[in-house]
Design a protein around this ligand. Structure first.
Ligand code: ADP
Ligand code: MG
Length: 296
């Protein structure tokens, strides 16, 4: 028996490493006019590296050194699946530090992590989306890191900001090509990120995205998609599922980059790109438009 054309198209995409969950998804893909990209882990490699550790006056007063800061931060981050967490844990391992056990771990999506390490309440959090009060000195260290294009997080010990960690991430080589292809096909692109505005602007400029929404909580990404809908756009959201699963679900089509994606992303997504290549996004949109024309 011959396969119906839409099923054949889905099977064909699957052979190229793009899993499309149903024929309805295929049809929705053919109507997309806007692609919203998550930044960390989607446009960027998602494998940031710890660049600097700056102790604050309070950190020094409490007797902290770079090693104690890194080991308590790594302790809490060892239970997080966030890319920033992996960078902090490997930096601690590279320095040969022991990573103590953590109790009462909790993650605040888009904001950071907390836990108790050696009786101290430790938090590693965003200076923008967490409600940690930032002293002038902390704000200056954060601004310096962000001006370099890095992501800054604050390490907090029993309510005192003891250090600022700066983490650098590199862009995926296929990100700019993906944006160029989408733009060429008349599809608009948007960047949605929980990261700071300066890091977002730098990445967006490098890959050619002009519409940027930064410092968003996961709900903020959903709100940004609702705003695009209100403007008459039909949206595909591309993410890695770390803090963007609600946005993947809110878009007409959620596309998970499956290489490093979380289980949550795979559940929320309509399309899973198994091959680690962002140019699969413009390809699958063009493919769906062609397949749809053939069927109709
Ligand atoms: P993006 O939208 O770029 O993928 P996220 O929404 O995942 O970013 O995270 C937004 C911000 O929240 C990060 O830039 C960081 O400041 C903070 N954050 C989130 N998770 C963690 C974590 N595990 N450790 C430290 N900071 C975190
Ligand atoms: Mg992300």
């Amino acid at each position: 028996a011959t396969m119906p054309p839409l099923l054949a198209a889905i099977a064909n995409a699957g052979r190229r490493g793009v899993l499309i969950k149903s024929a309805v998804v295929m049809e929705n893909l053919s109507t997309i006019d806007t692609v919203a990209f998550d930044k960390t882990g989607t446009i960027t490699s998602g494998r940031p590296v710890l660049a600097t550790v700056d102790l604050t006056g309070q950190g020094l007063d409490l007797g902290h050194g770079i090693d104690t800061v890194l080991s308590v931060a790594a302790a809490v981050e060892s239970l997080s699946e966030h890319p920033l967490a992996a960078a902090i844990v490997s930096a601690a391992h590279e320095r040969g530090l022991s990573v103590p056990p953590v109790e009462g771990f909790a993650a605040q999506p888009g904001s950071g992590v907390t836990g108790v390490v050696g009786g101290h309440q430790i938090a590693v959090v965003s200076p923008h989306t967490s409600d940690t009060p930032a002293a002038v000195e902390v704000a200056e260290l954060v601004a310096a890191a962000e001006t370099r294009g890095d992501t800054a997080v604050i390490v907090v010990d029993n309510g005192a900001a003891i250090a600022v960690l700066a983490l650098g991430d590199s862009q995926r080589v296929d990100a700019a090509a993906s944006v160029v292809a989408l733009t060429g096909d008349g599809v608009s692109t948007v960047l949605l990120t929980g990261d700071n505005a300066k890091a977002a602007e730098r990445v967006a400029a490098d890959v050619g995205i002009v519409d940027i929404h930064a410092e968003l909580l996961p709900e903020g990404k959903t709100d940004a998609i609702a705003a695009l809908h209100a403007g008459g756009r039909t949206v595909a959201m591309v993410g890695d599922g770390v803090n963007d699963a609600p946005a993947l679900a809110a878009a007409e089509v959620g596309i998970a980059m499956g290489g490093a994606g979380s289980d949550l992303a795979l559940q929320a997504a309509d399309v899973v790109v198994v091959r680690d290549d962002l140019t699969a996004v413009p390809s699958v949109l063009a493919f769906a438009r062609r397949a749809h024309r053939v069927v109709v």
